[in-house]
Design a protein around this ligand. Structure first.
Ligand SMILES: [Zn+2]
Length: 414
């Protein structure tokens, strides 16, 4: 069977391993469906000669032995869980492409010097506990035993430890953290989850940075009153103030930072929330994403400056509070170069780009030389049942991983 058919067959098999769900694939961590999916991937790993193991967190590993016993591992993979009513590619595509590249190496008759490990992480999506990147942060070591009792299921209220035990794990983090392990590189292939590659007709994205996310929490205070008796010129409408500020900052971002920064007002609550009442208060959030700290600072400055204009124009008062403020993650330049060289060797089109979404790679970048490969997402659709990556593009992704592993393998270890 050809490469692309084999990957596609696995994609389709795993698409059908889902919780009862009317629309797409639903594979939350630590569920019977997750177990079925992990057993299927494990079976495929064994077929291709990989030695499998699961850690106490539920992360899956399959190792293809190298010829040099003490050489550090080359690791590649992504997450195996999904959000609700999701597509068939987010996460799992990165595991299957890494597995396909491992198969190509196993069948080539020319083994790598370094052990090659295919990794499938658990709990990357924040679906079940409201906490994302669980498997990777337990491996990286930022999280450990305390989080097992701290995190509770959003729906069932069980702790992470109780959930792990019910799933069949011992309920401890023993042996999960790999912070002290020497690793040659970690490479995560993922669908782009955006339209840039497809629109440009380019196959491969070589990711340079993963964006920093900043959240702002904004409250506009106005005055509630009758909607029919207060003339337009004297009212103090909190919702109008919020909308003016949202439009101003999104226009500013589009004019100055299109392709470089995004601004999203995704949550807006109006009080008291009556059809026949001028809004007295409006709470909303602004999500700012960019790889450039100066752009972020400028957008925050703009919001604060514009706030004064809106306060005057709408006769309202506005509180601006900065919430989460992350730093961008720069990925490893040497590994990026290997990916780029692999694309050149294969004759595949590629471009450098940033990731606007968070990934396990930003956690592993704290401890290992880390890089990411993007493949096309049709229409940029993701977290949606119609998410689609053309099979030939997935096959190209597997080829790029294969060549990148070979190039890394030929390099001297530091
Ligand atoms: Zn993902």
């Amino acid at each position: 069977m050809a490469k692309q058919e084999r990957i596609q067959q696995d994609i389709e098999t795993l698409r059908r391993i889902t919780e009862p769900c009317a629309c797409g694939t639903q594979r939350p961590s630590y569920t019977p469906e997750y177990r079925l999916a992990i057993e299927y991937v494990k079976k495929r790993m064994k077929e291709f000669g990989l030695e499998t193991r699961e850690d106490n967190a539920g992360n899956l590993y399959g190792v293809l032995a190298g010829t040099q016993k003490d050489a550090p591992k080359i690791i590649s993979g992504s997450h195996l869980d999904s959000v609700k009513c999701s597509g068939a590619y987010d996460g799992i595509a990165g595991v299957l492409c890494a597995l396909e590249a491992a198969r190509m190496i196993a069948e080539s008759g020319a083994p790598l010097r370094h052990p090659l490990e295919v990794m499938g992480t658990i709990g990357e999506e924040g679906t079940r506990f409201g906490q994302a990147l669980i498997g990777s942060q337990l491996v990286e070591g930022s999280w450990g035993e305390p989080q097992l009792d701290e995190f509770r299921g959003l729906e069932d209220g069980l702790t992470l430890r109780e959930t792990m035990k019910a799933y069949g794990l011992p309920g401890s983090t023993t042996g999960v953290c790999r912070r002290d392990e020497r690793v040659k590189a970690f490479i995560e292939l993922h669908d782009e989850q955006g339209p840039i590659l497809e629109n440009a007709g380019i196959s491969i994205g070589v990711v340079e940075n993963i964006v920093a996310i900043s959240w702002m929490h904004i409250t506009v205070h106005g005055l509630a009153s009758h909607p029919g008796t207060i003339p337009m010129s004297v009212r103090r409408d909190a919702c109008v103030g919020a909308c003016k500020l949202i439009c101003a900052v999104t226009d500013y971002a589009r004019e100055h930072y299109d392709g470089e920064a995004t601004v999203t007002a995704g949550k807006l609550e109006v009080f008291p929330g009556n059809t026949n009442c001028i809004p007295s208060r409006c709470d909303f959030t602004i999500d700012i994403r960019t790889c450039n700290g100066a752009y972020r600072d400028d957008l925050v400055r703009f919001i604060r400056e514009k706030k004064a204009d809106v306060e005057r124009a709408c006769r309202v008062t506005i509180d601006v509070r900065e919430g989460m403020r992350q730093a961008p993650t720069a990925l490893d330049a040497k590994v990026q170069q290997c990916i780029e060289d692999a694309c050149k060797k294969l004759g595949y089109s590629w471009r450098r780009m940033n990731s606007g979404a968070g990934h396990d790679a930003m956690i592993f970048a704290r401890i290992w030389p880390t890089a990411m490969v993007f493949v096309q997402s049709h229409d940029g659709l993701t977290h949606h049942p119609d998410e689609y990556v053309p099979p030939e593009e997935l096959a190209k992704g597997a080829d790029v991983l294969y060549e990148t592993f070979r190039m890394l393998d030929a390099q001297r270890d530091d």
